[in-house]
Ligand binder design. Structure first.
Ligand SMILES: *[C@@H]1O[C@H](CO)[C@@H](O)[C@H](O)[C@H]1NC(C)=O
Ligand SMILES: *[C@@H]1O[C@H](CO)[C@@H](O)[C@H](O)[C@H]1NC(C)=O
Ligand SMILES: *[C@@H]1O[C@H](CO)[C@@H](O)[C@H](O)[C@H]1NC(C)=O
Ligand SMILES: *[C@@H]1O[C@H](CO)[C@@H](O)[C@H](O)[C@H]1NC(C)=O
Ligand SMILES: *[C@@H]1O[C@H](CO)[C@@H](O)[C@H](O)[C@H]1NC(C)=O
Ligand SMILES: *[C@@H]1O[C@H](CO)[C@@H](O)[C@H](O)[C@H]1NC(C)=O
Ligand SMILES: *[C@@H]1O[C@H](CO)[C@@H](O)[C@H](O)[C@H]1NC(C)=O
Ligand SMILES: *[C@@H]1O[C@H](CO)[C@@H](O)[C@H](O)[C@H]1NC(C)=O
Length: 869
């Protein structure tokens, strides 16, 4: 085993050592000077305290009992991480031993427990999205939660619903569920509900506009980029999945490193106080991304609740913007006591809400080492040692779910002459390193930072170690009687070819997080572009020249170009297996040998050319200053853009074939809650929130002399020397627009996710789905809305708003599928009124249902009839 943490240290520190301290932006939170023309972030103060949503009342009431009894040191402890590498998890808060609150353990990743052992490496979000199966999305969430709980992880850092996939080359799109807000939202919300049903707290991320990896963080000469997003685009695209996550009860949220409208996400009062905590009614706590904390007072008053991993601008120096400095900011009167109380009660209420006060395990693994014993606080350099890894097996039977997700995601794009499924006695010639093992060994690349062997996931912090891996080669050889393997990316010479041969060609495309560069790609696909890696196109073409039957199998993080070979006569089938996780081989053979029909659908568009995308979604790089990344394409990303620009993609969003055929018939539309007004009913008023003593606490509560333990070097504490000398006589230079008077409540708010009236079902579409083919299979009914021009706004022609997957249907069997639409699903964001606006009585709304955005046989016109074309 590698010595503890060295790999992690090396990889994490490369960017950090280059990073210079980011200035405390306390006075420049709303720097108009820097902002791109027309894009600035209006002030929104104060932070609305949590506790006004009925569902959370009990948790807040318990939290109130505890928090009102806490000392200043205890409160500050819960808001601030103990420092980089200062405990078993990737981050942990301080503790409150007196009241039975342990250090809360925060750990990556959205697809499994990172840097651990005896864990499941599930398929990542993009694969989950491709299943279009809400039950599986939930089931995987439950399994993730059980593994988190089993390892003692209080907060599992996922799901990721941002990046949304605006940039096809973006490095981390694969961690989310697809390039559409509804797919992303349902994937995220089902994951949150599943995870939190086990008591583990989910952390939805990265809020918001984190669509590119390069330059997301500042360096000596650059500042993290600013995503300049107009209000309507924010609401209708990027915020949508966060709103659904909040509606699902998500306990925590992680901010992005970058800015929106030149205000950093971790200290933007508009984004945190305004949109998240008031309009969306978020009741949990907001944390920074790791080292994405840039100021003390400014971030506190803007609505941040937790600093992770606690360090200030330069990690491992024992400095923090919070910790003892937050104690100081309260004692000197700059951070109102109420704001601190709210931070803490949000954290404690979430802890109660998900039952972590009752028998929640303590961490029994270490993210820092695979050894049994090691330093307890590696970042301290001189640290006591002990048992850090108990190697607890948390996998249970989760491989069944992992395999089901990978299998149901497999998307058949093309299947000429029904070449698939294969037979076990077919003569198979298999090509490509993507079919085999990593020759350097399983998990030999830290954080999966390489593309060797079958591609099971992208790279970076959104990964987990593979407990084992069944490769396609292994799975195929256990079924096929007649398979020959050429685990190479260069077409070998001397391959014998007979007319009945079927060539299976495996190709891949990888991407990941910015702190690792793989084959010249710094997270985003700068060098590889949208092409298959390792000359995959050449391999396919070479095989297509020799063999008359070629099946291409693609493992990919996102869109790839297929134009060089897709129309070749011998390329009979194309299978996109996305990123399958540990069950790569078995899930693939489940489908290609016909035990299951493929039922995955594309969670993004496959273009014909990269030029088909708007220029504004290109990657942006710039040597100095701050990139202004302005979302000029507005609502038109992925298929929304292709339709508007009248471009036929190679494969449309939602496309996916089966071995059988389905017929959609007998559609009917029913009106539920009538849409009798353009705007929803008035929002409910807020319940009163818990109140606290607002006097500045006694300074002795944070005096070093009150601490009764051995101090660990560089560890982050809430304590100060001589705190009694701090006075609240000087006034802090608050940002423009700062106020402590409660803000007028946003009319679009009123519950978790927004005004509850937005989530009333207004229409339901029912239809019968019949298997009209000869094999068993599952169909997906995708529902797209077409909003009328009477709304007076330029709106994408078609927008996915709902989907349902059938159960396994035998030939001739049918299932009645019901798809529900909420008021919000048929609304646009009215930037003037600041509310969601729908066509009165649904006048002119068209509802389409079908197999992909380009194949929609069912049409229901509100107020008219339903028909099948
Ligand atoms: C960003 O600026 C745009 C353009 O002025 C505005 O519509 C939007 O509300 C701003 N968003 C935030 C979060 O500041
Ligand atoms: C603080 O704790 C004490 C002892 O448990 C308890 O009696 C008291 O009610 C608590 N105070 C508050 C304000 O909750
Ligand atoms: C703050 O947390 C540390 C552990 O992270 C603990 O040692 C200390 O006792 C805590 N302080 C208080 C006042 O609870
Ligand atoms: C109070 O302390 C904080 C943290 O050190 C500091 O940023 C702030 O400027 C102080 N306030 C005043 C008015 O000096
Ligand atoms: C470790 O895992 C076991 C089994 O899940 C659990 O009972 C225990 O509380 C955990 N924590 C510690 C510190 O052992
Ligand atoms: C899951 O793992 C168990 C134990 O290794 C194995 O027996 C079982 O076949 C696996 N299940 C699937 C669906 O692969
Ligand atoms: C499919 O459904 C349509 C419309 O309901 C119907 O007219 C047609 O006969 C069906 N086709 C098959 C093969 O069942
Ligand atoms: C509020 O807190 C202050 C400072 O700790 C204390 O002196 C005062 O007695 C408290 N008031 C009440 C009503 O508990």
């Amino acid at each position: 085993m590698a010595p503890w943490a060295h790999l992690a240290l090396a990889s994490v520190f490369t960017p950090l050592l280059l990073a210079s301290p980011v200035p405390d932006e306390s006075e420049s939170t709303h720097s108009h000077k820097r902002a791109a023309e027309g894009y600035d972030s209006p002030p929104y103060y104060p932070t609305p305290p949590g506790g006004w949503v009925p569902d959370w009342s009990e948790a807040y009431s318990k939290a109130h009992d505890l928090v009102s009894n806490m000392t200043l040191a205890e409160k500050v402890n819960l808001t601030t991480g103990t420092g980089f590498f200062m405990g078993p998890c990737v981050g942990q808060t301080g503790s409150v031993p007196r009241l039975g609150i342990p250090n809360l353990c925060l750990q990556d990743s959205p697809l499994g427990i990172r840097n651990s052992d005896h864990n499941t490496a599930f398929p990542p979000g993009i694969t989950v999205g491709a299943t279009f199966n809400k039950d599986l999305m939930y089931e995987r969430g439950v399994a993730l939660g059980e593994e988190a709980r089993g390892k003692g992880v209080n907060v599992l850092l996922g799901p990721s619903v941002g990046a949304l996939g605006r940039k096809p080359r973006g490095g981390r799109n694969w961690e989310g569920f697809g390039a559409d807000p509804t797919l992303q939202a349902l994937g995220g919300a089902q994951t949150v509900k599943g995870m939190q049903s086990t008591g583990a707290i989910a952390a939805i991320k990265h809020y918001i506009g984190n669509e590119q990896e390069m330059h997301r963080m500042s360096s000596i000469v650059t500042k993290g980029y600013s995503s300049n997003i107009d209000d309507r685009t924010l609401h209708e695209l990027y915020l949508w999945p966060f709103a659904e996550g909040v509606r699902a009860g998500v306990g925590s949220l992680m901010t992005a490193y970058s800015d929106v409208n030149s205000s950093s996400c971790s200290q933007s009062s508009k984004l945190l106080n305004g949109i998240l905590k008031d309009e969306l009614g978020f009741q949990g706590f907001v944390m920074t991304d790791w080292l994405g904390h840039y100021s003390g007072v400014a971030s506190a008053i803007a609505g941040l609740d937790m600093s992770m991993p606690g360090d200030g601008a330069v990690p491992l120096f024992g400095d923090s913007y919070w910790g003892s400095e937050l104690s100081r900011s309260v004692l000197n009167g700059s951070v109102p006591v109420d704001r601190l109380n709210d931070m803490v009660q949000r954290i404690v209420a979430t802890w109660y809400k998900y039952g972590q006060d009752k028998d929640y395990p303590l961490p029994n693994f270490s993210t820092n080492t695979q050894d049994k014993e090691g330093p307890l606080y590696p970042g301290a350099l001189f640290s006591p040692s002990g048992v850090v890894n108990q190697f607890v097996d948390v996998t249970s039977n989760h491989n069944i779910t992992a395999r089901a997700v990978a299998r149901e995601a497999i998307t058949l794009l093309k299947n000429d002459m029904d070449i698939l499924p294969l037979h076990s006695d077919d003569s198979l010639k298999v090509f490509g390193t993507d079919a085999g093992r990593n020759p350097d060994g399983l998990n030999s690349c830290a954080d999966q930072g390489c593309n060797k062997g079958v591609l099971t996931m992208g790279w970076g912090s959104g990964t987990a170690r593979l407990p084992y891996l069944i490769t396609p080669q292994e799975a195929i050889s256990s079924i096929a009687k007649n398979a020959e393997f050429h685990i190479t990316d260069k077409f070998p010479s001397g391959v014998t070819v007979s007319p009945d041969d079927i060539a299976l060609v495996f190709i891949s495309a990888d991407s990941g997080e910015n702190f690792i560069t793989v084959e010249g790609n710094p997270g985003d696909r700068t060098k590889a572009g949208l092409n298959a890696w390792h000359d995959g196109d050449e391999l396919v073409k070479a095989a297509a020249e020799k063999f008359s039957n070629v099946v291409v199998i693609v493992h990919t993080v996102g869109p790839i170009l297929m134009e060089e070979w897709i129309e070749l006569k011998s390329v009979k089938a194309v299978v996109v297996a996305h990123l399958p996780g540990q069950e790569a081989g078995n899930s693939l053979t489940d489908v290609i040998f016909g035990d299951y029909s493929p039922s995955g659908h594309m969670p993004y568009t496959i273009p014909r050319s990269e030029d088909d995308y708007p220029d504004s979604v290109d990657l942006i790089s710039q040597p100095f200053g701050q990139i202004q990344d302005t979302y000029t394409e507005g609502l038109y990303i992925d298929y929304r853009h292709f339709i508007k620009a009248n471009l036929t993609p190679r494969y449309a969003f939602g496309h996916g074939l089966s071995y059988t055929t389905f017929n959609f018939s007998q559609p009917s539309l029913s009106t539920k809650t009538p849409l009798d007004s353009a705007y929803p009913a008035a929002r409910p008023t807020k319940l009163p929130t818990p109140s606290y003593n607002t006097s500045i606490p006694d300074a002795s509560e944070v005096a070093w002399s009150s601490a009764k333990f051995t101090r660990i070097w560089r560890y982050l504490y809430p304590y100060l020397d001589k705190p009694e000398s701090i006075t609240a006589t000087k006034k802090y230079a608050y940002p423009e627009g700062y106020s402590t008077e409660p803000h007028e409540v946003p009319r679009a708010g009123g519950g978790e996710g927004g005004n509850p009236a937005l989530f009333e079902t207004v229409f339901s579409v029912q239809l019968e789905v019949r298997n009209t083919g000869k094999r068993t299979g599952k169909a997906v009914a995708q529902l797209y809305v077409e909003l009328p021009s009477s709304l007076g706004l330029d709106t994408p022609a078609l927008q996915l708003r709902q989907f349902e997957k059938t159960k396994e249907l035998a030939p001739g069997q049918s299932e009645t599928v019901t798809l529900h639409l909420t008021r919000k699903d048929v609304s646009v964001w009215d930037v003037v009124v600041q509310d969601w606006k729908a066509p009165v009585n649904g006048e002119g709304i068209k509802i389409w249902v079908g197999n992909s955005v380009a194949d929609l046989p069912v049409l229901c016109v509100v107020g008219g009839k339903c028909s099948v074309q």
